[in-house]
Structures are given as structure tokens and as C-alpha cells.
Design a protein around this ligand. Structure first.
Ligand code: NAD
Length: 370
């Protein structure tokens, strides 16, 4: 199997099932940083947060505090080298505890998921506003040096995303505001909170607008998964069962771009350590239809699917792509991983997980029967 061509000398240690091996690998971000700082990652039990903690440990930060509402046993990735804490960051006092003596704070904590989740849980998505608001207050009062907020392409004006042949979204397209209902409005409001805390309280804030992130060690079932992982799971299930059938939400012509998680981890740290004060896109600009994404997944999984289209399911905006002019200008960099390379690794990881779960189920059924 070929591995992603995103500049790693040997990417396999990043995927090891052994957490120690994963952090022994070379760092993804190779900036000139002061590793004597205390870094807090909020939402560390989640998909991107877990990868970020791993990369901070790889760089040699001895004080990495990893915080999530879930107990560490439920985190996607957990590292003994970090100070792992379970705290509900909607609560103000927990934010103050989480950020005690903190120098750098990455806020990736949010109650979110794929289209199926955010369409049906708008109030829950909006309640994440309490997380960022209380974290900003705690950051200001604890004299935090730098604060990063993970926003989303869902802040962009919906009216600019009504054709599949969409113009890439550039940063100023967020206004006049008509964000994705619920989740997108929460992100837009929280972006502005970061701006006002910077302007009024002199807190150094950085904001990236992530466009669909995918990769290993993320959710691929249970209702919160996003399109790449959901479609990959369905393709693998079809391969393993021999049926070949798969259901696609919408008519498959809607377009998106997808960023490999290592690029997200690198870009996040580049933006955190930059002078870029306004929100900036962090996404791939390789635009594909959902049908083309399924083609890529078929090749990665090694299956030919019989596609059915369910038009009753939420499919989001018709088209969305990232305009990378600003990140190119500011950083001389943009997410480089090709979709087919990243999806090959992701599909491989999801298949390993699904096979392992199937084996565990068979073993426990056998144990029950005897
Ligand atoms: P994720 O759901 O895997 O991780 C978020 C983590 O936040 C979870 O582990 C969750 O338990 C934690 N969390 C939720 N409520 C909390 C609370 N009250 N206190 C403490 N922790 C809490 O999501 P992700 O994909 O890793 O996304 C990270 C961030 O990036 C989120 O803010 C998300 O909105 C943003 N984002 C992600 C994508 C993407 O494609 N994954 C796209 C745009 C923006």
C-alpha cells in the first residue's frame, strides 16, 4: 500500500497501534518553538485533538495538558506523557482549572459531528459557545500567551454555496453573515469573541476555519461521523459482506474538499505561531463531487459498489471549496496531501478497526456459547 506523500520520511509510525511508537516519530510541525511552555489542548480526546497532542509530545514539550469531557478511557488517542484530565469545559470554573499556568491554549472542544448530527442537534451545537467563552475568560485571567480557536467553513454565507460548480470561499465571504444554522452561527460568534478579546483585552488569539478533516483515529460510526469516514465504513462493510450495495446521502453531485488530518495538525500550529490575526481558511482546495469521493474510496478499499441515492437525508450545501490565496500568501504553504493518498491510509485504518471489532464479537459470542 502506498502511503501519503505529505513530506513525512516514513509515515507508518504515525499509525502504529502503540501510542509510544506514535510519539517517537518525527514531528509533523517543525517550527522554531519554545518547548518550555505549558500547552493545553481542549478536546484532546477527539479526532484532531488527539493528533495534535501526539505532535506536541513529539516536539518534546514536557508539559502538555490534554482536556476533554469524556473519560480518558474513551479518547480516540491517549498518551501517558500528557497530563490527561476529564473536565466539562462548558463550566466556567473547569476552564479556569484547565488553564492554570497555561502558556498556549488550543480550543478544539465542541459538541459536533457530521451533517446528520449538526442538522438534528442545533441547540447542542450552539451550546459549545459556552466552552469558548469561558475558555477565553480563563485565558485572559491566567495571562495566556497564545489562544487558538478551531472554527469551520460552516461560517460561510450559505447563498454562496448553492451550486456544485462553486467559487472557492475566501475569508471575506463570511460576511454579510448567513452561516450554517446552529453549528455555523456558533462558530461565527466564537470567532468574533476571539477578535474582541484580542482587541479589548490584548489576548493573542488565532482562528482557523477548518474545511472537512479526515484521517485515521477518527469517528467512523455511531452518528457523528463525516462523509469520508461514513462512506468508507459502508464500502468496507459491503466488501466484507460481499453485497456491494451502498447508500449515498443526496444525489452525489454535491462538491466538497477534504483535508488530511496531518495537514490540519501542521497548519494549526503554523497559524498558532504566526502573526495572522484574522480568521484564515485551513483546508484542501482539491474539489470533488461526493460521487468522485466514492470512486476514490472504492479504489482504496478495493470494491465495486452498487450505489443507491437517498434524497431524504441531509446533504448540506451544494458546493464548498477553500480559497487558499491567503494562506499561501501568509505562510507560503497550503495543505498538500492528495485525497487519494490520504484516503488510502484512512481506509486501511478503518478496515483494521472493523475487522478487529468483528473478531472481538465472534470471540465473545463463542465464549458465551461455551
Ligand atoms: P471531535 O468531536 O472528534 O472532538 C471534539 C472533542 O471535544 C470531543 O472529544 C468531545 O468529547 C470534546 N468536547 C465536547 N464537549 C466538551 C466539553 N463540554 N468539555 C470538554 N470537551 C468537550 O471533533 P474534531 O473533528 O476533532 O474537531 C475539533 C474541532 O475542529 C471542533 O471544534 C470542530 O468544530 C472543528 N472542526 C472540525 C472539522 C472536521 O472536519 N473534523 C471541520 C471544521 C471544524
Amino acid at each position: 500500500m502506498s502511503l501519503p506523500t505529505n513530506g513525512h520520511p516514513d509515515p507508518s509510525p504515525y499509525l502504529s497501534s502503540d501510542a509510544g511508537e506514535r510519539i517517537a516519530a518525527d514531528p509533523i510541525f517543525e517550527g522554531d518553538v519554545d518547548t518550555g511552555r505549558t500547552v493545553v489542548v481542549c478536546g484532546a480526546g477527539g479526532f484532531i485533538g488527539g493528533h495534535l497532542v501526539a505532535d506536541l509530545l513529539r516536539q518534546g514539550y514536557p508539559e502538555v495538558r490534554a482536556v476533554d469531557i469524556k473519560p480518558p478511557s474513551h479518547w480516540f488517542q491517549k498518551f501517558d506523557g500528557a497530563d490527561n484530565r476529564s473536565l466539562d469545559l462548558r463550566e466556567k470554573e473547569n476552564c479556569y482549572r484547565a488553564l492554570e499556568n497555561a502558556d498556549h491554549v488550543y480550543n478544539l472542544a465542541a459538541d459536533m459531528g457530521g451533517m446528520g448530527f449538526i442538522e438534528n442537534n442545533k441547540a447542542l451545537c450552539m451550546l459549545s459557545v459556552t466552552i469558548n467563552t469561558h475558555l477565553l475568560m480563563a485565558a485572559r485571567d491566567n495571562d495566556v500567551d497564545r489562544y487558538f480557536y478551531s472554527s469551520s467553513a460552516c461560517v460561510y454565507n450559505q447563498e454562496l454555496q448553492s451550486t456544485s460548480d462553486v467559487e472557492p470561499l475566501s475569508e471575506e465571504d463570511a460576511y454579510p453573515a448567513l452561516a450554517e444554522d446552529g453549528y455555523g452561527w456558533e462558530k461565527l460568534f466564537s470567532e468574533r469573541m476571539c477578535r474582541h478579546f484580542r482587541e479589548d483585552f490584548d489576548l493573542t488569539t488565532r482562528v482557523a476555519r477548518y474545511h472537512n478533516v479526515y484521517g485515521p483515529f477518527g469517528t467512523y460510526d455511531g452518528g457523528r461521523e463525516k462523509a469520508p469516514a461514513a462512506l468508507t465504513r459502508k464500502a468496507i462493510a459491503a466488501k466484507l459482506s460481499g453485497s456491494g450495495d451502498t447508500v449515498i446521502w443526496g444525489d452525489g453531485t454535491q462538491t466538497r474538499s477534504f483535508m488530511y488530518v496531518d495537514d490540519c495538525v501542521k497548519g494549526t500550529q503554523k497559524i498558532m505561531h504566526s502573526d495572522i490575526t484574522d480568521p484564515i481558511n485551513l483546508g484542501s482546495d482539491e474539489l470533488v463531487t461526493i460521487n468522485e469521493l466514492v470512486d476514490v474510496i472504492e479504489a482504496a478499499v478495493g470494491v465495486d459498489l452498487e450505489r443507491e441515492y437517498d434524497l431524504t437525508k441531509p446533504q448540506g450545501v451544494d458546493g464548498r471549496n477553500s480559497d487558499n490565496t491567503k494562506i499561501q500568501r501568509e505562510l507560503g504553504w497550503e495543505p498538500p496531501t492528495a485525497l487519494r493518498d490520504g484516503m488510502e491510509v484512512t481506509a486501511d485504518w478503518i478496515e483494521q478497526q472493523m475487522r478487529r471489532h468483528a473478531e472481538q464479537e465472534t470471540t465473545s459470542r463463542f465464549a458465551l456459547a461455551h
